[in-house]
Design a protein around this ligand. Structure first.
Ligand code: RB5
Length: 143
């Protein structure tokens, strides 16, 4: 699986740490930026990651900003994206099992890196359960 990862300046350090962690786990990682702690606009990166996730087979995305909220709001504007902002392993696991989330959002100023890496593991190791949950996901896309 390819993991497409991105952040703004507020999530830069945690994003880099997660990228290195994922590589040690054998994942292919595409780093969509930002590439420094210089101030930048999170919607740009969030939408770039979202579009790449939709365009790349067998991929998931991870977005980091200061709180995790801005990137999740922005990514969820892209049709087909189900971005989940998580601060614990339970919701990370459940959002994969029930929502088939395709982007995980984290907040560097909220969640320490040890917990953040556990959240990443919980999310990536969980499996979508399908069935009634697929029907509900289909309903999300209806106008
Ligand atoms: C940047 O200061 C901060 O606003 C951003 O990282 C994020 O937390 C927005 O939701």
């Amino acid at each position: 699986m390819e993991i497409i990862i991105g952040s703004d300046h507020g999530g830069y350090r945690l994003k880099e740490e997660i990228a290195e962690y994922l590589k040690t786990k054998g994942h292919s990682v595409f780093n969509a930026g930002t590439y420094s702690t210089d101030s930048c606009d999170y919607p740009v990166i969030a939408k770039e990651v979202a579009r790449r996730v939709l365009a790349t087979a067998n991929s998931k995305g991870i977005l980091v900003c200061g709180t995790g909220i801005g990137v999740s709001i922005a990514a969820n504007k892209i049709k087909g994206i189900r971005a989940a902002h998580c601060t614990d392993t339970y919701t990370a696991r459940m959002t994969m099992q029930h929502n088939n989330s395709n982007i995980l959002c984290l907040g560097e100023r909220v969640t320490g890196s040890g917990l953040a890496l556990d959240i990443v593991d919980a999310w990536l190791n969980a499996k979508f359960e399908g069935g009634r949950h697929q029907r509900r996901i289909d309903m999300i896309e209806e106008n």
